[in-house]
Design a binder for this molecule. Structure first.
Ligand code: TXA
Ligand code: MG
Length: 326
């Protein structure tokens, strides 16, 4: 397939060029500590619309706006006391806060997809921070994959999925993403801190800072009725079917293992032989992609993963990857 986008290594010069492209309303994919993002000028309607085009993303699914810090975030949204506590504890980093939009914010209404809230995140990755400075404006960025597919944790993954998208000007290659799972999304429906999406910051860490439990988002009945519209059942879908919580492997199955006592399969990869959930999170998407290629249609058996810490987000992604395709 002929690529349209230029893949550039993350030099100061490349970041300057990408900043200019963003200001011109073009799209740039860039590394963050969680996954690669597909960025557009968040204040430009046409640029934001191009994100939905390039990904084939449903219009009802809102986008995360990336910013340089709390001061900038306060220009666009209204913080409550707990949101401010969380921002101070986890920004820059893998936490997204969904907050009411401030009147007069220049953010495109398209980022909110019809809601009266905006999702905000301050990324820690130095390339993402440098790009925000080069662009001089907030960057709207979903994960840089075609809608419904596995999120990218390397520039090569982005090129594979979106390299031929005419909307995409540059992919900035900053190496593999250190955390490897999307940010944790927290919102405050009726003022109650609520987990919209488990992710790179574990629930327990957030509850420790708040001094209380997080509520769980009601999955809702219709897609549009959900607290977080992006939480569709089938997502992160590889080509091969997945069989979760597998303690044995069939002869005709590939294996995505976890921990030292995993059964051995002919085609297998181990998320973390030592049973470390942080390491497993960093490997999850890249191994799902690699195994999917090798398995050529065979079922991928997946070892059980504990539900503690990052295990909640890993299990969430696996459950969606295994869900029947809609
Ligand atoms: O780590 C990440 O969060 C990455 C990097 C690039 O920052 N981005 C990412 O974006 O994962 P995306 O679009 O793949 O996921 C954003 C999630 C979706 O589930 C979306 O529905 C939810 O955040 N979201 C965004 N704005 C929202 C809002 N106003 N209210 C509720 N949920 C929102
Ligand atoms: Mg995504």
């Amino acid at each position: 397939m002929g690529y349209v986008a230029d893949c550039l290594s993350a030099t100061a010069e490349a970041i300057e060029k990408a900043g200019v492209a963003l200001r011109e309303g073009r799209l740039v994919a860039f590394p963050t500590e969680t996954v690669y993002g597909l960025g557009a000028d968040a204040t430009n309607d046409r640029a934001v619309a191009r994100i939905f085009e390039a990904k084939g993303r449903p219009r009802f699914n809102p986008l995360i706006v990336h910013l340089t810090g709390i001061a900038e975030a306060e220009k666009h949204c209204i913080f409550n006391v707990e949101a401010e506590l969380l921002a101070r504890a986890f920004w820059p980093g893998g936490l997204t806060l969904v907050l009411p939009r401030r009147a007069g914010s220049p953010l495109s209404l398209l980022v909110s997809a019809g809601l009266d809230t905006v999702a905000l995140r301050v990324p820690a990755h130095e390339v993402a921070q440098a790009l925000l400075k080069a662009a001089g404006r907030p960057i709207a960025a979903p994960s840089a994959n075609p809608s419904g597919k596995v999120s990218p944790t390397s520039a090569a993954h982005v090129m594979e999925g979106l390299g031929a998208a005419p909307e995409l000007a540059f992919v900035i290659d900053g190496g593999p993403c250190p955390l490897g799972l999307e940010s944790t999304v927290i919102g405050f429906p009726d003022g109650v801190p609520t987990l919209f999406r488990p992710g790179a910051v574990a629930r327990e860490e957030i509850e420790k800072v708040l001094g209380r439990k997080l509520a769980d988002a009601d999955a809702g009945s219709g897609e549009e009725g959900r607290a977080s519209p992006g939480q569709l059942e089938s997502h992160y879908a590889p080509g091969s079917p997945l069989r979760l919580d597998a303690t044995t492997v069939g002869d005709d199955e590939a294996l995505l293992a976890f921990g030292p006592n995993a059964p051995r399969g002919a085609i297998s990869m181990n998320l973390s032989p030592s049973g470390d959930l942080t390491e497993a999170a960093a490997h999850l998407f890249a191994m799902l992609r690699a195994l999917d290629k090798q398995a050529s249609g065979r079922t991928i058996a997946v070892s059980p993963i504990p539900m503690t810490g990052l295990g909640e987000a890993i299990n969430d992604r696996l459950k969606r990857a295994a869900a029947p395709r809609g």
